[in-house]
Design a binder for this molecule. Structure first.
Ligand code: SF4
Length: 250
């Protein structure tokens, strides 16, 4: 599928895509569709568990770090809806109100800004709480796919506003992106919204309008234009399917 993938990663990509597509196509009850996609999150855990031991041992990510949670997070609609469902079932009414207020501020700050301007804001994710993810089990795919071998370098990159130091672990990264790209592509192939959204902005919309989930199930565009991820001039504006090559460039 992608020249950057090893044969093993390529196999993982093909198998994951086929499994997600099959699961989505055989789900008849619309209420079960999100659960069907969410079950793919286990594939990320399995892919990590099967990575080479030395690659896993190199992971420096720890609870309480959170440097990587200060950049814009690009997602597809299903990831937002899975996160919103988790929040609605696990957060107290007060926590929910506070989250909606934070997401509204985030959305207003991102409105009309380019991706570079959004990056420069270095705003913490609206779900970051005391350095940890408050929806860890339901976090988006990009968050699941990120592993660093150098937490200090992550902090330095954040302070400098750009990824000057390579923190990635090839033996893990390729596997995680194979699962992520396969999932995103399968969702699109099954006819569901594949546009790229800004996580914080779309989460605000999902928590304040139940119509987002209805539109997604009906295979419509789930979120308004104001929730779109800001792209670079050459980006494919209509696709939330990540392009693997972009993740392996220096
Ligand atoms: S969803 Fe969780 S892991 Fe992802 S950026 Fe937000 S706080 Fe970090």
């Amino acid at each position: 599928m992608c020249a950057a993938f090893s044969p093993e990663e390529d196999t993982l990509f093909e198998k994951t895509g086929a499994a997600v597509l099959k699961r989505l196509r055989k789900t008849r009850n619309p209420a079960d569709l999100l659960t069907a996609v969410a079950s793919t999150y286990k594939e990320f855990d399995r892919a990590f568990a099967a990575a080479p031991a030395e690659a896993k041992a190199a992971v420096a990510c720890r609870a309480g770090c959170g440097a990587c949670c200060h950049v814009p997070v690009g997602v597809q609609a299903h990831e937002v809806l899975i996160a919103a469902r988790h929040v609605q079932t696990h957060f107290s009414p007060t926590q929910l109100d506070e989250l909606i207020a934070r997401a509204a501020v985030h959305r207003a700050a991102f409105a009309g800004r380019s991706i570079g301007e959004r990056m420069a804001l270095k705003t913490p994710c609206v779900l970051l709480a005391e350095g940890s993810c408050s929806i860890y089990e339901a976090r988006p795919e990009a968050c699941r796919s990120h592993h660093s071998h150098n937490a200090e370098a992550c902090q330095t990159n954040l302070e400098r506003g750009r990824e000057e130091i390579d923190v990635y672990i090839p033996g893990v990264r390729g596997r995680m992106f194979a699962v992520m790209l396969a999932t995103d592509q399968a969702v699109v192939e099954a006819g569901y919204d594949g546009r790229a959204y800004d996580f914080g902005s779309a989460l605000h919309e999902a928590l304040t309008s139940s119509l987002c989930a209805v539109r997604w199930v009906q295979r419509q565009e789930a979120f308004p234009e104001s929730c779109r991820e800001a792209g670079e001039p050459d980006d494919d504006a209509d696709s939330g399917v990540m392009h693997a090559e972009g993740y392996f460039q220096d």
